[in-house]
Design a protein around this ligand. Structure first.
Ligand SMILES: *[C@@H]1O[C@H](CO)[C@@H](O)[C@H](O)[C@H]1NC(C)=O
Ligand SMILES: *[C@@H]1O[C@H](CO)[C@@H](O)[C@H](O)[C@H]1NC(C)=O
Ligand SMILES: *[C@@H]1O[C@H](CO)[C@@H](O)[C@H](O)[C@H]1NC(C)=O
Ligand SMILES: *[C@@H]1O[C@H](CO)[C@@H](O)[C@H](O)[C@H]1NC(C)=O
Ligand SMILES: *[C@@H]1O[C@H](CO)[C@@H](O)[C@H](O)[C@H]1NC(C)=O
Ligand SMILES: *[C@@H]1O[C@H](CO)[C@@H](O)[C@H](O)[C@H]1NC(C)=O
Ligand SMILES: *[C@@H]1O[C@H](CO)[C@@H](O)[C@H](O)[C@H]1NC(C)=O
Ligand SMILES: *[C@@H]1O[C@H](CO)[C@@H](O)[C@H](O)[C@H]1NC(C)=O
Ligand SMILES: CC(=O)N[C@H]1CO[C@H](CO)[C@@H](O)[C@@H]1O
Length: 820
């Protein structure tokens, strides 16, 4: 009995072995076939991919496809007969006598699919490779990489690492992805993705025959409209355009990762997934299009899509809507026209625009060896040439020119490119004048900064003398730390791990400097990782010093900077994570706003005031924030306000210029008049921003884009008018009928905020005074007329208004750009 059972076991094992041996071949030869319902499939050598028959979703149709063998979720990456299903289980796949794959059904009577290779040979054999590529190759010709046919040339909806998306010009082959019609039907949907062949090629997503999204041309490093994040722990990518082939491809940095790109007909997204071993699920890594501004040609000709603006479409600087009527009713299709028409005969000039996704390159021309100067004169020669720029941004070389109207432009404050747009000579000459203005402005502001430094130094010295003991610390600030000992440095891999490899799901938002990710360190601490994709224009040592100084600033109303991470050119700032996000997500939201009652609002105002006071006065650095706004105030779990992004103005822009750009930090609607028009910043310009922020917290209305049915005043103007009319409480929509004590507090707050936004910096109180006024019960002075209270001030987004984050270039701006 015993021997019998063990015999049986041995036989069973042998059978198992045998069947394994038979069924896991990775090749198919002339005499072999794969039958639907049979035990035989093709499995790649390393066991990662399998080819066989399957039925998708709830469908009963049969298809031949390739899927991942080593993950439990059936994920099909390629389908042979996607447009020609077999309705029974009669199918089988074999090599026919020309050496081609054929899929037949109905008892050998119908050919459902064939590889149809003209190159096929008698001695051909099929092989499923470790990459997921099904190839036909000559039996004797091993590993040559030359195939009679390969499935990678005929992609379905999935782009695997190593696949090429685009053209083989030698044989006219266009490799495109097209989505499955539905999870039950792998036939080609109308949502496709491929390489648009043109002088300046780019990747394009189509919905039917219409363009849906474009990547922008390749600039030597990435796509003009691609992701801002250059740090990429997961994959390399490349765009090849060598005359023989034009394609996009990517490859994994670590082959043990599983990742794929798939077109999704349900969501109209191109999605990149990575496989999570621990979770045993696909994790969404990124999607394209990413936001509303990625919509193809949303803003019409010369319109610029800016996510942070409302509405998102704005005309480029020096352009106005072609039809103001339709533009104002949010129909942007007619686009914009130049303020001053071109005059080709008399000679035009060019104006430089920066931070943009380059326009649709359908009507473009490229010469990769020209330099920028030759490019300019090339463009100048032809009256229909509208713009030019370099094709390689690293070397600022190569020449791309555009003919006809420029469409599908958007703003990327952190990662966009520059482009020179043809303008009437009088416009492009204006820049020279503005440059002089600029120089004067810079000189002025430098002297102001110097003055401030002197004063600061003087106070510092006195304090040091008075306190005596703190010398060592002070010296350290003066000379900067000698070693990195104090620098809380995070490993790149630590941050990558904490943020799930900078996963899309972890993205908290896009700051002015790059995307911000939520992460969890191994010890459980939650962090916010702010990637700085924009070059700071600072040396590494200065950057480190700055980080050390800022990490030392500690106050309960400041977000704590935990440290930084430096990987080559890339820098990441690591902050503590604030679960309640930013103040603007509460005060401007109808429902969430109700969570903030008046006493909470008042305590938030007081908290911000104390934090700002610390920055201005009590910290050792005396920092002017320069970009205080509701979205820069975060809330901890107990709704305590914490100011974020302080000190960044020092790092970015600071007082330096990088190349020929001058960076200005600040946000429309919050900037004090003297900062906005003359570039003068001081603690009093922060006080102005604080006043605006207070008005916003009190009224629940945004200063930016404020509008009132009765008048065209700004939020300040509105508050000022109500104040003058003796009914300041009209500022809040529904007055909480709690107590009259409360109305006194609110009156007090309105009074203080109007004091903060007074026109002249000297009239505004210091933050110390503000904190004192908030806490006391004494009578307050009457405010004088505020700055920028008229609706027509530069803060009203007009047709030529600029982006929120003012990272701009001095060449394109005249009175609207503010040197420091
Ligand atoms: C399957 O399709 C064939 C034609 O391809 C048709 O003749 C046959 O009737 C179909 N069978 C079923 C069950 O639908
Ligand atoms: C398939 O064809 C063979 C001959 O070619 C025939 O003997 C057999 O009965 C057929 N089977 C079916 C299911 O039609
Ligand atoms: C189907 O036809 C091929 C030749 O075209 C032959 O080799 C094969 O044996 C046939 N199979 C069946 C089941 O009839
Ligand atoms: C690749 O990833 C695996 C698993 O995550 C890891 O063990 C291995 O060290 C990595 N290899 C490299 C070269 O980073
Ligand atoms: C498309 O997206 C939907 C919703 O996110 C998802 O359920 C579906 O699986 C996706 N399809 C593909 C092919 O990834
Ligand atoms: C696992 O998946 C869940 C959601 O399915 C997600 O919340 C969690 O963060 C994932 N864990 C890891 C380690 O990725
Ligand atoms: C590109 O520019 C270079 C240098 O100006 C010139 O020699 C070359 O002929 C140009 N090529 C084409 C195709 O125009
Ligand atoms: C200007 O460029 C356009 C588009 O390439 C071309 O059709 C036209 O002939 C050119 N005109 C001149 C004067 O070169
Ligand atoms: C509208 C306008 O300003 N047009 C100007 C374009 O440039 C020429 C000189 O090149 C001026 O004469 C025009 O007045």
């Amino acid at each position: 009995m015993d021997t019998l059972s063990s015999m049986l076991i041995i036989i069973a094992n042998l059978l198992l072995l045998f069947s394994r041996f038979c069924n896991t071949a990775n090749t198919l030869t002339l005499s072999q076939s794969i039958r639907d319902g049979g035990t035989r499939t093709l499995v790649s050598k390393d066991g990662s991919f399998e080819l066989g028959f399957f039925s998708p979703g709830s469908s009963r149709n049969r298809y031949v496809g390739i899927w991942y063998k080593n993950i439990p979720v059936r994920t099909v990456v390629w389908v042979a007969n996607r447009n020609n299903p077999i309705n029974d289980s009669s199918g089988f796949l074999m090599l026919d006598n020309t050496g081609n794959f054929v899929l037949v059904s109905n008892n050998n009577s119908t050919v459902v699919w064939s590889s149809n290779s003209k190159k096929a040979a008698q001695s051909a054999m099929g092989e499923l490779q470790d990459s997921g590529n099904l190839v036909l190759r000559d039996e004797k010709d091993d590993n040559s990489g030359i195939y009679l046919w390969q499935s990678f040339d005929y992609p379905s909806d999935t782009l695997l690492p190593g696949m090429k998306l685009g053209w083989d010009l030698r044989i006219g082959l266009d490799r495109r992805l097209s989505a499955w019609k539905s999870p039950d039907d792998p036939s080609s949907g109308d949502f496709t993705w491929g390489t648009q062949l043109q002088s300046n090629p780019e990747l394009v997503m189509w919905k039917g025959s219409k363009k849906y999204y474009r990547s922008g041309p390749w600039n030597g490093i990435g796509f003009s409209g691609g992701l801002a994040l250059r740090i990429n722990p997961v994959f390399y990518f490349d765009f090849v355009d060598d005359g023989e082939e034009v394609y996009y491809t990517y490859n994994l940095k670590n082959k043990s990762l599983i990742t794929r790109i798939v077109m999704n007909q349900t969501t109209y997204f191109r999605q990149r997934y990575t496989w999570n071993e621990i979770n045993q699920t696909w994790v969404l890594y990124a999607t394209v299009p990413r936001d509303y501004c990625d919509t193809y040609n949303l803003c019409g000709a010369y319109g610029n899509c800016i996510m942070s603006q409302s509405p998102v479409c704005q005309c480029l600087e020096k352009f106005t809507p072609r039809s103001p009527e339709s533009w104002n009713s949010m129909d942007w299709s007619k686009g914009c026209v130049r303020n001053k028409p071109l005059d080709c005969q008399k000679g035009d000039g060019f104006v430089k625009y920066v931070g943009l996704k380059l326009p649709d390159a359908t009507n473009s021309w490229v010469n990769k060896t020209m330099n920028l100067k030759e490019c300019r004169s090339k463009c100048l020669q032809n009256c229909s040439c509208m713009a030019y720029t370099a094709t390689n941004i690293k070397e600022r070389s190569g020449c791309a020119v555009w003919f006809g109207d420029l469409i599908d432009i958007r703003q990327f404050p952190a990662a966009g490119q520059e482009i020179y747009i043809r303008m009437n000579a009088s416009e492009s000459k204006a820049k020279a004048a503005s440059n002089i203005k600029m120089a004067v402005g810079i000189a002025l502001s430098i002297s102001v900064v110097c003055g401030m430094l002197l004063v600061a130094y003087y106070i510092f010295k006195r304090k040091a003398k008075l306190i005596g003991g703190n010398r060592e610390e002070n010296d350290q600030i003066d000379s900067g730390p000698k070693e990195d000992l104090e620098l809380p440095l995070f490993q790149f891999t630590t941050i990558a791990k904490a943020t799930n490899g900078f996963s899309f799901n972890n993205k908290l938002g896009e700051g002015g400097f790059g995307p911000v990710y939520k992460g969890t360190l191994e010890d459980g601490q939650e962090i916010a990782a702010k990637t700085l994709s924009r070059s700071s224009g600072q040396g590494l040592n200065e950057f480190k010093n700055e980080v050390i100084l800022i990490t030392k600033l500690q106050h309960r109303n400041l977000v704590k900077l935990l440290g930084c991470c430096i990987q080559g050119e890339e820098k990441i700032l690591v902050y503590e994570y604030m679960p309640n996000k930013s103040l603007d997500s509460f005060i401007f939201d109808q429902t969430r706003g109700k969570l903030l009652d008046w006493s909470k609002r008042f305590s938030i105002i007081c908290g911000i005031a104390r934090g700002l006071l610390y920055l201005h006065q009590d910290s050792r650095l005396r920092i002017v924030h320069r970009d205080l706004k509701a979205s820069n105030v975060l809330l901890d779990k107990d709704m305590n306000p914490k100011i974020s992004d302080f000190g960044l103005a020092r790092m970015f822009g600071g007082d330096q210029t990088e190349g020929n750009t001058t960076r200005v930090v600040g946000t429309y609607g919050y900037m004090a008049p003297e900062y906005a028009t003359d570039g003068l910043f001081s603690v009093k310009s922060d006080v102005f921003s604080f006043g605006i922020l207070m008005l916003e917290i009190i009224s629940g209305k945004k200063s930016r884009g404020f509008c009132h049915p009765d008048h065209s005043l700004s939020l300040i103007g509105h508050a000022w008018r109500l104040w003058k009319d003796g009914k300041p409480l009209g500022l809040i929509e529904a007055f909480p009928g709690e107590s009259c004590n409360l109305s006194e507090v609110i009156m007090r707050c309105i009074n203080i905020s109007l004091l903060c936004v007074q026109q002249h910096p000297d009239d505004r109180p210091s933050m110390a005074t503000v904190v004192w006024m908030l806490g006391g019960e004494n009578t307050l002075p009457q405010p004088k007329e505020p700055g920028f209270f008229k609706g027509s001030g530069p803060f009203r987004p007009s047709s030529s208004s600029k982006n929120t984050e003012l990272f701009s270039n001095n060449e394109i701006t005249s009175s609207l750009l503010y040197p420091r």
